[in-house]
Design a protein around this ligand. Structure first.
Ligand SMILES: [Fe+2]
Length: 206
């Protein structure tokens, strides 16, 4: 199977499992997961204009992949197989606002989405990579967002709540416009993300 299609199939299976095994009482949460599952169930066209792009934080990618626990539906192999194709990016809304250190230690990649390796107009699915010691200041966006930690321990905050440690197996939902921040304090982190709803505009700093 093609590497990108393999990744799509894996995320679809992973999300279906999450839906069937939890009882979160939030309609946006459920509509988000269902929208992602519905979109991933389609055959998606390959984006012939998608190009590989490297960011400094990619120096941590191999160690993060190696630390993905085995039980994660083959994400370790799937990401390893696709890593030479990934278009790692930084958010232009953060330029001149966040520190130079931030851009040296953070990047994200859209693998499925309007500009992904597989084209899907309604959703975005990809990876977030954080270096071993970075603070990702509070930001928000209109899109609904769901993160699943694949590798590393990291700290996550919503609104002005206390930061909570998250590790592989933990999922985090960000409702529309809810401010959120992240921090790593000694090990890099890799997380799977998805967006639905109004996915056009990138996140903005608070
Ligand atoms: Fe976000």
């Amino acid at each position: 199977m093609d590497n990108a299609v393999n990744f799509k199939t894996l995320v679809n299976k992973f999300y279906k499992n999450i839906v069937s095994s939890n009882e979160v009482d939030n309609s946006n949460y459920h509509s988000h997961l269902n929208e992602v599952i519905k979109s991933l169930s389609n055959d998606l066209e390959k984006n012939l204009n998608y190009i590989y792009s490297y960011q400094p934080v990619c120096r941590f990618l191999d160690s993060c992949i190696n630390n993905i626990p085995e039980e994660f539906y083959g994400f370790e192999n799937s990401i390893r197989n696709i890593k030479t194709q990934l278009n790692w990016q930084i958010n232009n809304n953060y330029k001149k606002i966040f520190s130079k250190d931030f851009f040296y230690n953070e990047s994200f990649v859209e693998i499925i989405g309007p500009n992904g390796l597989l084209i899907s107009p309604n959703i975005r699915v990809g990876l977030l990579l954080l270096g071993e010691k970075v603070f990702y200041p509070s930001h928000n966006h209109k899109a609904l967002e769901f993160y699943s930690i694949l590798s590393g321990k990291s700290m996550w905050q919503q609104n002005n709540d206390s930061f909570e440690q998250k590790e592989p197996g933990d999922n985090i939902f960000h409702d529309m416009w809810v401010p959120h921040a992240m921090e790593t304090t000694g090990e890099p982190a890799l997380a799977l993300f998805s967006w639905s709803g109004d996915i056009t505009d990138e996140a903005v700093p608070i």
